[in-house]
Design a protein around this ligand. Sequence first.
Ligand code: KPL
Length: 307
Amino acid sequence: MTQPLPSRIQIIGSGAIGSLMAANAQRNGIPYSLCPRDPARLTQRLITYSGQSILLSGNMPVADQLGARDILVLPVKVHQLAQAAKQWQTRLSPQTPVLLIHNGMGGFEAVRKELPKQSLYLATTSHGAIKINHHEVKHTGFGRTVLGEAPDNRDSHSGQSELVLETLSRCLQPVTWQQDIMKGLWLKLAVNAVINPLTAIHNVKNGELEKANFKGQISDICHETAAVAQACGMDLPPALLEENVQQVIGKTAANYSSMHQDIWHHRVTEIAAINGYILQQAEKKGIDVPVNTFLYNKVKSMESRYS
Ligand code: KPL
């Protein structure tokens, strides 16, 4: 049986993960369009994980309107999502699936306000990619991706989930479908709550966190995050979070995390959607999270030096 493929994927922005998806779409014959906020920053080349160079020669003009067989992909930071969704509100057919892929939490709630009836799909990935200059992206870490449907999707249109799964499996493989995607997002939240602020604050690659001096702090962050997750109805024991964090550290040892890169390039980080989200939920549930609070404040003060 032939698998369904989209007529096009419209990717918003021209960041590292969106560009990686575009290059893989091109390799697999899926029409795509990258849509940078600043046209002077359009990614034109990807250096693959094995060191090959791929010119993004197939980039199509930005779509005026998207149909049932197209997919809108929003690989942007949580704080940029509401505006991006607003811009596309009137350009989507009721059947166009919208795929969100970002670090941290709070993204789908922001998009849902703008697109109340659209079918939303949520994904998280541990692939590492870096924008090395305005026009080039390097795939630095071969990770994995999990995908699922937003918990409040109304009736999904027939074939939509298959279409999104098949497409993402070609653009960000390997992809696992997760029935309870919120659990997958919490697991990734714990990974980002550890790796991102610690690497940014200490100005180190992910692999440096394997050293013994970080062990206690990593364990504390996982215990705090597990307590908050539990209070939010997610059964994720601290030992499971810790094991998963250590695995990702090992697999991405040679990478600089996205928060390290954001601080380095004086960009707004995702701290609000990562440790900030944990703080928010902890406050609602009356849980103390001193280590997450310290990391949040520290990264905020680093950001405030340039923003
Ligand atoms: O998601 C990441 C990030 O840098 O944002 C990890 C998995 C930590 C890889 O660096």
